[in-house]
Design a protein around this ligand. Sequence first.
Ligand SMILES: [Zn+2]
Length: 307
Amino acid sequence: MPRTFPFLLAALLTVAPAFAKVQVVTSLQDFASIADAVGGQRVEAFALAKGYQDPHFVEPKPSFILKLSRADLLIVAGLELEIGYLPPLIDQSRNGKIRPGGPGYLDASSGCDILERPTGTVTRAMGDVHPFGNPHYWLDPQNGRVIARAIAARLAKLDPAGSAEYAANLAAFEAKLAEGEKRWEAALAPYAGTEVVTYHNSWPNFLKRFKLVAAGFVEPKPGVPPSPAHTVELIDMMRERKIPVILIEPYFDRRTPSRIAEKTGADLLVFVPSVGGVPEAKDYVSLFDYDVERLAAALRAKRAVAP
Ligand SMILES: [Zn+2]
């Protein structure tokens, strides 16, 4: 024992970092995954919303306030995605650093390609939960790249000693992402121009990037549950245009979309919009691998049986 103890101690000292990790809290697991990739050993990231939850409607927990009170950096999607739960939590955390405009507040949407920005006066007519443009923009890997760069820059500001490490991690992440983009584009290229229906309007960035088209939505408006009249119209349109698949996020009720799929012959495909939505989508890159493989397989199968 007297001989091994110093060695053990030395081993522990080499493993344990000699600095306090930067505490990052994110609204989405996607941002936590990117922060982990860019921050590496120097960062500890925690996501408030899990990938299998509707990111618009997150149930606040007391533990979130504690996490926020200790955070050095808060990363949000912005565009009011978090409006329903986050502002009171920030207030209760009494952490001035992470208030909007503070040094520890990062709105990941800045610099990203944001679609469906309103041109006129913004109203919340009929409960539309996308009043300032589509907040699901992380589903284009190019936006993921922009977000990673913003996170790396902010981490370097908050923790200048880690600058070189953040730059190296960012380069590695971007290389992995670029390889992924080639893979995903190749897998979906045969289906360019294909029209799909999605439950919620979560996928405009994803569809644009991979040259697919949203022909309609099961929800009459984002955040509004399906109505009988809208469903009848959707079924007619899908039959006429031979829409092959309906994509549904994992957290919505499947009864109406299942009925629509039955009546139109379309496939109902559970499509994961965030890291952690299924165990296979364990990080930002494997999220796209999972979705793209499943969508390409579904479209291939449909094409094989098409008349
Ligand atoms: Zn939405």
